[in-house]
Design a protein around this ligand. Structure first.
Ligand code: BJW
Length: 235
């Protein structure tokens, strides 16, 4: 049984990390489309750097919740039979026990050099334009994938989706591509598909089964089912 799990902002909501499209559609007062583009960075670099610096600093104030921990437990049991891909740029999966997390939209704790293209671990601020540790040029930006940019690791993700017996989507609105298309791609290649989300998402009609409620409840219950079933995961 090969399982591919895709997570989105909803899995970190109960940890206190705001989602992008709930409530008034604002992320700490910003529309995500206004800050998460290369054009926004060109036009207002200080505003964009401060936005991501604040989110990087906020990582110290949040903890993984039972949903992250359950996926860590699942990896311990399944090893290579689990492929975890997240759209999230926080580090809560890692702190919840997952060791092989594929961050398709990048990571807050990483900086990308616009001069030499190095990706370097970063925990401080970027708004003060520190030099790149590799080339010394002061062109570090947040290592995140903005609209119009190509997500990381797409080739590997597509191979994993083709191999999947089960595709599980957790806490994502299904509004942003290419992740929103994974369910149909996996289904076309023979996977059963399961949605675990607070409320029905844009993608719900494409799933074999959908369960609605908080991730902190649904995910541990689903992991218990998988581990209790001798890996013949129920959908
Ligand atoms: C809970 C919960 C709880 C709450 N428990 N659940 C027209 C048509 C189709 C596509 C396009 C188009 N025009 C442009 C595009 C492409 C574009 C796109 O999709 N745009 C859409 C707006 C239409 N996509 C891109 O540009 C991407 N690149 C691309 O396509 O390159 C081409 C290419 C692809 C592949 C191969 C080769 C070439 C790049 C997208 C980059 C997205 N970047 C962001 C910002 C990243 C950095 C950052 O975090 O700031 O990524 S945008 C933002 O949205 C962020 C998220 O990862 C992403 C998805 O959001 P997510 O996770 O789904 O969050 P929400 O808030 O939307 O949903 C949360 C869900 O949780 C809700 O359903 C809640 O109900 C639920 N929930 N509490 C369980 N307790």
């Amino acid at each position: 049984m090969h399982i591919v799990v895709l997570t989105g902002a909803g899995i970190s909501a109960e940890s206190g990390v705001p989602t992008f499209r709930d409530a008034d559609g604002l992320w700490e007062g910003h529309h995500v489309e206004d800050v998460a583009t290369p054009e926004a960075y060109e036009a207002q670099p200080t505003m964009v750097q401060e936005f991501y610096d604040a989110r990087r600093a906020a990582l110290a104030t949040v903890e993984p919740n039972p949903a992250h921990q359950a996926l860590g437990r699942l990896e311990q049991e399944l090893g290579d039979d689990l492929f975890l891909v997240t759209q999230n740029i926080d580090d809560l999966h890692e702190r919840g026990g997952s060791t092989r997390v594929h961050h398709m939209h990048g990571e807050l704790r990483s900086a990308l050099c616009r001069a030499c293209h190095a990706r370097v671990e970063w925990t401080g601020t970027l708004v003060d334009y520190p030099p790149c540790p590799r080339c010394g040029i002061t062109e570090l930006r947040p290592d995140v994938v903005w609209f119009g940019e190509i997500p990381y690791g797409m080739d590997e993700i597509m191979v994993e989706l083709q191999r999947a017996d089960l595709f599980v989507s957790i806490g994502t609105s299904g509004a942003v591509y290419p992740a929103a298309g994974f369910v149909q791609f996996a289904a076309r290649h023979g996977a059963r598909t399961l949605e675990l989300n607070l409320v029905p998402s844009e993608g719900t009609p494409f799933f074999t089964e959908a369960r609605h409620g908080p991730a902190g409840v649904l995910v541990p219950a689903w992991v218990d089912e998988v581990l209790g079933s001798g890996l013949d995961a129920p959908v």
